[in-house]
Design a protein around this ligand. Structure first.
Ligand code: NAD
Length: 360
């Protein structure tokens, strides 16, 4: 069959080097001729931010970072940026911190240099997210895509192993969901497959030794690929579900993704044999779900949504909000009944293989 597709590659500079973040940031600030930097980092990320910003002089620092970016916080941070006549936003931290920088950039068009310290991947997407009245809204705007991303594995050494596992599986979810995303194409599929391979290599390494630099580098590399693939392919079924669980039920982002992924894969894979074969090969396995589950067991990955505050009572509302958002090109047709079944399985940590059997 002929290859016919449209693919957009987003323009972004990536500087990757362990122990080089401070130098790379100073170089970028100079290259961009920025005079008034706003440094954004959560309270818990202050130390990392100080290391990264050691060779620049920000005019203002901001640390009121809240997960899923409540609109009031975004508004306050924007005012601080404007009052201080900021010309460059530098964010050091996880996806929540990057998300706040994006919320400022969205209105002010200020450029961002992002220095990620988790594997969430927000730094490589043009997607913003805001939460208001328990509803999370996301949108796409190239103005929120960081101009530059600076990756430095040293900054991830303090990320606890449990959170590293959940965050790495969040990256894995970007990859797997990209394989049937609404704008899936051969380029984003190739990036996603390499992302799965890198994450599957890095995760066991850091579970064995949290300070393993090579493992941490593989994870950052994989997280970047996962986000580029995701930004290109768009949100598939997995992201639409997790988006509701985070925005409406305030479940923790990475752990929710890490849990739901196995169920969405189990649900979709037999209706998407080509994607499933690519996932399996990236895991070095004969079967995509077996490959993912073997890795999850090795990592002692998050198992059930009940551990993160989700309950039976929430399933009806979650289905109601998520169902209309699931892309029409999802490999398997999603109904109120089968989505309820999937969420119940994820809530209780049922063996995903059983959901797979019921779905086929
Ligand atoms: P997070 O940013 O909330 O970080 C989780 C916790 O880890 C925080 O307490 C943080 O301070 C701490 N932390 C971060 N780095 C650390 C380090 N190196 N050492 C020790 N502690 C560290 O969580 P997250 O999972 O990175 O990001 C989740 C948010 O990102 C969600 O709001 C999600 O919607 C958003 N997100 C957006 C996109 C996008 O494309 N727009 C993509 C992925 C995630």
């Amino acid at each position: 069959m002929n290859l016919v597709f449209e693919h957009i590659t987003l323009g972004q500079r990536v500087l990757f080097g362990t122990g080089q973040a401070a130098d790379n940031l100073a170089q970028e600030v100079e290259r961009l001729n920025a005079q008034r930097v706003m440094l954004i980092a959560a309270e818990t990320e202050q130390e990392l931010a100080a290391t990264v910003a050691a060779k620049i002089s920000p005019v203002v620092e901001y640390n009121n970072v809240v997960m899923h970016v409540p609109v009031e916080v975004a508004q306050e941070a924007r005012s601080v940026a404007q009052d201080n006549k900021v010309d460059l936003l530098v964010c050091v931290g996880g996806g929540s911190t990057t998300g706040l920088a994006k919320a400022i950039a969205m209105e002010t068009r200020m450029p961002i240099v992002a220095v990620p310290t988790t594997y969430a991947g927000s730094e490589a997407t043009n997607v913003w997210g805001l939460t208001e009245a328990a509803r999370k809204t996301t949108g796409v705007d190239d103005a929120v895509l960081p101009t530059t991303v600076i990756y430095d594995a040293d900054l991830t050494m303090t990320l606890p192993v449990e959170l590293s596992v959940a965050s790495g599986l969040n990256g894995m979810a970007h990859c797997i969901d990209s394989l049937w995303g609404p704008r899936v194409d051969p380029i984003n599929q190739a990036l996603a497959v390499e992302g799965i391979r890198a994450l599957a290599e890095g995760l066991p390494a850091i579970v064995d030794d949290a300070q393993d630099v090579t493992g941490r580098e593989q994870l950052l590399y994989g997280a970047y690929l996962s986000a580029v693939a995701f930004a290109s392919a768009g949100s598939g079924m997995h992201h639409k579900i997790c988006h509701v669980l985070g925005g409406t039920f305030n479940l923790p982002h990475a752990q929710t993704h890490a849990t739901v992924l196995a169920y969405v894969l189990a649900f979709n894979m037999d209706a998407a044999p080509e994607a499933a074969a690519k996932i399996a090969s990236a895991f070095g396995s004969d079967d995509a779900l077996a490959g993912l589950q073997r890795l999850r067991e090795r990592l002692d990955a998050p198992r059930k949504l009940a551990d993160y505050g989700f309950t039976e009572d929430g399933i009806g509302e979650a289905v109601e909000v998520a169902l209309p958002a699931i892309p029409a090109n999802n490999p398997r047709t999603v109904t109120e009944e089968n989505l309820t079944d999937l969420l119940r399985a994820a809530l209780h940590g049922e063996d995903p293989a059983q959901l797979r059997q019921r779905s086929s």
